[in-house]
Write a new protein. Structure first.
Length: 160
Protein backbone atom coordinates (compact mmCIF):
# COMPACT_ATOMS: atom_id res chain seq x y z
CA UNK A 1 0.00 0.00 0.00
CA UNK A 2 1.64 3.20 -1.16
CA UNK A 3 1.25 6.22 1.04
CA UNK A 4 1.68 9.84 0.15
CA UNK A 5 4.53 11.91 1.54
CA UNK A 6 2.03 13.90 3.62
CA UNK A 7 0.68 10.75 5.27
CA UNK A 8 4.22 9.61 6.08
CA UNK A 9 5.12 12.95 7.63
CA UNK A 10 1.85 13.04 9.59
CA UNK A 11 2.52 9.56 11.00
CA UNK A 12 6.05 10.45 12.09
CA UNK A 13 4.90 13.73 13.64
CA UNK A 14 2.03 12.02 15.47
CA UNK A 15 4.40 9.44 16.95
CA UNK A 16 6.92 12.10 17.98
CA UNK A 17 4.18 14.26 19.50
CA UNK A 18 3.03 11.29 21.57
CA UNK A 19 6.55 10.66 22.83
CA UNK A 20 6.89 14.35 23.69
CA UNK A 21 3.66 14.16 25.73
CA UNK A 22 4.72 10.93 27.43
CA UNK A 23 8.13 12.43 28.23
CA UNK A 24 6.45 15.53 29.65
CA UNK A 25 4.19 13.38 31.83
CA UNK A 26 7.19 11.39 33.05
CA UNK A 27 9.24 14.53 33.55
CA UNK A 28 6.65 15.98 35.90
CA UNK A 29 7.45 13.21 38.38
CA UNK A 30 11.14 12.76 37.69
CA UNK A 31 12.28 16.37 37.80
CA UNK A 32 11.49 19.25 40.06
CA UNK A 33 10.70 22.60 38.54
CA UNK A 34 9.83 23.64 35.03
CA UNK A 35 13.45 23.62 33.85
CA UNK A 36 14.01 19.98 34.76
CA UNK A 37 10.66 18.95 33.30
CA UNK A 38 11.48 20.75 30.04
CA UNK A 39 14.96 19.20 29.95
CA UNK A 40 13.56 15.72 30.57
CA UNK A 41 10.93 16.25 27.86
CA UNK A 42 13.51 17.39 25.32
CA UNK A 43 15.96 14.61 26.15
CA UNK A 44 13.16 12.03 26.12
CA UNK A 45 12.06 13.23 22.69
CA UNK A 46 15.65 13.06 21.41
CA UNK A 47 15.98 9.55 22.82
CA UNK A 48 12.74 8.55 21.06
CA UNK A 49 14.00 9.97 17.75
CA UNK A 50 17.31 8.13 18.09
CA UNK A 51 15.66 4.84 19.05
CA UNK A 52 13.05 5.05 16.27
CA UNK A 53 15.79 5.81 13.74
CA UNK A 54 17.84 2.91 15.08
CA UNK A 55 14.84 0.59 14.92
CA UNK A 56 14.27 1.63 11.31
CA UNK A 57 17.89 0.74 10.55
CA UNK A 58 17.47 -2.63 12.26
CA UNK A 59 14.28 -3.29 10.30
CA UNK A 60 16.02 -2.36 7.05
CA UNK A 61 18.97 -4.62 7.80
CA UNK A 62 16.76 -7.56 8.76
CA UNK A 63 14.09 -7.32 6.05
CA UNK A 64 15.01 -8.03 2.43
CA UNK A 65 11.62 -6.86 1.15
CA UNK A 66 12.26 -3.32 2.44
CA UNK A 67 15.70 -2.95 0.88
CA UNK A 68 14.38 -1.67 -2.47
CA UNK A 69 12.46 1.08 -0.61
CA UNK A 70 15.54 1.90 1.44
CA UNK A 71 15.60 3.68 4.77
CA UNK A 72 12.43 5.62 3.91
CA UNK A 73 10.50 2.36 3.57
CA UNK A 74 11.84 1.08 6.89
CA UNK A 75 11.01 4.37 8.61
CA UNK A 76 7.53 4.19 7.09
CA UNK A 77 7.01 0.71 8.58
CA UNK A 78 8.27 1.92 11.96
CA UNK A 79 6.04 5.00 11.95
CA UNK A 80 2.97 2.94 10.98
CA UNK A 81 3.70 0.42 13.73
CA UNK A 82 4.31 3.11 16.32
CA UNK A 83 0.97 4.78 15.65
CA UNK A 84 -0.29 2.42 18.33
CA UNK A 85 1.38 4.79 20.81
CA UNK A 86 -1.56 7.22 20.33
CA UNK A 87 -4.11 5.40 22.53
CA UNK A 88 -1.44 4.76 25.17
CA UNK A 89 -0.71 8.48 25.24
CA UNK A 90 -4.40 9.30 25.57
CA UNK A 91 -4.74 6.83 28.44
CA UNK A 92 -1.62 8.20 30.15
CA UNK A 93 -3.00 11.75 29.89
CA UNK A 94 -6.36 10.66 31.25
CA UNK A 95 -4.82 8.67 34.11
CA UNK A 96 -2.50 11.50 35.10
CA UNK A 97 -4.56 14.63 34.56
CA UNK A 98 -8.03 13.32 35.42
CA UNK A 99 -7.24 10.78 38.12
CA UNK A 100 -3.84 11.90 39.42
CA UNK A 101 -2.21 8.53 38.75
CA UNK A 102 1.51 8.55 38.00
CA UNK A 103 1.31 5.83 35.38
CA UNK A 104 3.16 7.47 32.49
CA UNK A 105 6.21 5.22 32.87
CA UNK A 106 4.09 2.10 32.59
CA UNK A 107 2.25 3.49 29.58
CA UNK A 108 5.54 4.38 27.86
CA UNK A 109 6.89 0.87 28.30
CA UNK A 110 3.65 -0.78 27.18
CA UNK A 111 3.43 1.55 24.17
CA UNK A 112 6.99 0.84 23.07
CA UNK A 113 6.68 -2.94 23.35
CA UNK A 114 3.27 -3.09 21.68
CA UNK A 115 4.43 -0.77 18.92
CA UNK A 116 7.54 -2.89 18.33
CA UNK A 117 5.37 -5.93 17.72
CA UNK A 118 3.17 -3.83 15.42
CA UNK A 119 6.25 -2.84 13.41
CA UNK A 120 7.01 -6.53 12.98
CA UNK A 121 3.48 -7.10 11.72
CA UNK A 122 3.90 -4.19 9.28
CA UNK A 123 7.11 -5.73 7.94
CA UNK A 124 5.45 -9.13 7.62
CA UNK A 125 2.45 -7.55 5.89
CA UNK A 126 4.81 -5.87 3.44
CA UNK A 127 6.01 -9.16 2.01
CA UNK A 128 8.28 -10.83 4.56
CA UNK A 129 5.99 -13.46 6.00
CA UNK A 130 8.63 -14.88 8.34
CA UNK A 131 8.03 -14.74 12.07
CA UNK A 132 11.67 -13.85 12.74
CA UNK A 133 10.99 -10.28 11.58
CA UNK A 134 8.43 -9.95 14.34
CA UNK A 135 11.05 -11.19 16.81
CA UNK A 136 13.68 -8.74 15.49
CA UNK A 137 11.31 -5.78 15.80
CA UNK A 138 10.20 -6.82 19.27
CA UNK A 139 13.83 -7.20 20.37
CA UNK A 140 14.57 -3.72 19.00
CA UNK A 141 11.58 -2.35 20.90
CA UNK A 142 12.82 -4.09 24.05
CA UNK A 143 16.17 -2.30 23.66
CA UNK A 144 14.29 1.01 23.19
CA UNK A 145 12.25 0.29 26.31
CA UNK A 146 15.37 -0.50 28.34
CA UNK A 147 17.01 2.70 27.07
CA UNK A 148 13.99 4.71 28.26
CA UNK A 149 14.12 3.06 31.69
CA UNK A 150 17.85 3.73 31.95
CA UNK A 151 17.38 7.33 30.84
CA UNK A 152 14.67 7.88 33.47
CA UNK A 153 16.80 6.36 36.21
CA UNK A 154 19.86 8.41 35.28
CA UNK A 155 17.85 11.60 35.03
CA UNK A 156 16.23 10.96 38.40
CA UNK A 157 19.63 10.40 39.98
CA UNK A 158 21.09 13.52 38.30
CA UNK A 159 18.08 15.68 39.24
CA UNK A 160 18.56 14.70 42.85
Amino acid sequence: MDRSQGERIAAVLAVLACFAVLAWLNGRYVGSGAGQVATYTLLGLLLAIACLAGLAGLVLAASPSLRPAGYRGALDAVSRGFLIVIPFTALALLADLAFGWNAATAFVQAAIMTSGAAVGVEVMRGGDKKLRYLAVCTAGAFAFSMAWIGFSALFTKAAG
